[in-house]
Design a protein around this ligand. Sequence first.
Ligand code: GDP
Length: 363
Amino acid sequence: MLKAGIVGLPNVGKSTLFNALVANAKADAANFPFCTIEPNVGVVSVPDERLQVLANLSKSEKIVPTRIEFVDIAGLVKGASQGEGLGNQFLANIREVDAIVHVVRCFDDDDIIHVSGSVDPVRDIEVINLELALADLSQVEKRLERARKQAKGKKEAEAEIPALEKILAYLNEGKAARHVSLNEEEEELIKPLGLLTRKPIIYAANVSEDDLATGNDWVKQVEGVAHNENAKVVIVSAQVESELVEISEEEKADYLESLGVKEGGLQSLIKATYELLGLRTYLTTGPQETRAWTIHAGMKAPQAAGVIHTDFERGFIRAETVAYDDLVACKTMVAAKEKGLVRSEGKDYVVQEGDVMLFRFNV
Ligand code: GDP
């Protein structure tokens, strides 16, 4: 399962947001009886309106959304790359994630101390990004040294050197490694380094409930930074989300309406993270369940079938495939077939976003 790590300075609302994520996840944990949840790991459903529509058509007993994992990575402070705070342990955790959600404080509250004394999201982002870049810098330097030693006679090490040098030049200027363009081979070679500043990033601008509908000047500043980095910003209110967890569905609707929003930002954050990870969803539907499955963009039908079960991949014959919109327009699989909209796809078919699939396979 793909993992997103939540980072940010202390007291910006990370734990509040993470707890709201986990509380939501617990609500549908019944669907996933075998998943163990660690204290700082939350497995979260990805919201998808299509599931309910298909479930209605198929009269499905249940709906099973697809999931991603969020990890609360506490302990990033100024000096973390030098071993301050949780230091290296923190950095080891974050190297494992596929994407980073950077929570930034965009709310004012005199009762909640800001580690640097005032609310200033641009400065906060710089502090965190500098720590990440410094951590990458020492990683790349070490690796480069090793590669140079091994280079004589070892092809891989030789090929790695120019890639590492390119990255080093950026990091030395305090720029993120994500801006360096590498070819496919170089990309593979540097992958094991788990460079923090090469991971895709989303900024979660944490605002007070009053600013949820409109944003505020701090959010605009975050958007300015994100624009230069090709990153995305999601406005979220950790405070609102933590209150939503406590109240009934009916109260939720009233509360959100009074704030002038449809949701507290958490759902948008989950969706944006999913998209950031380059993931696609295909769907299966029947009387038993309607379910979303996660694949990487470009995956072919047998591999996509393998996400359900390895037997499906091994014994793959064909996949009856219909686009979600076509199925919804025709209402039933039979009607879609009559119109010629259900395709029988073979092993070279690249699965598309929103394909509704039924796999034929040998056991
Ligand atoms: P962390 O250190 O980043 O994990 O921050 P926490 O989630 O522990 O939050 C620090 C404090 O800020 C807690 O007392 C939260 O209740 C409070 N807090 C979090 N989000 C908001 C918010 O949007 N508005 C306000 N006023 N307080 C918040």
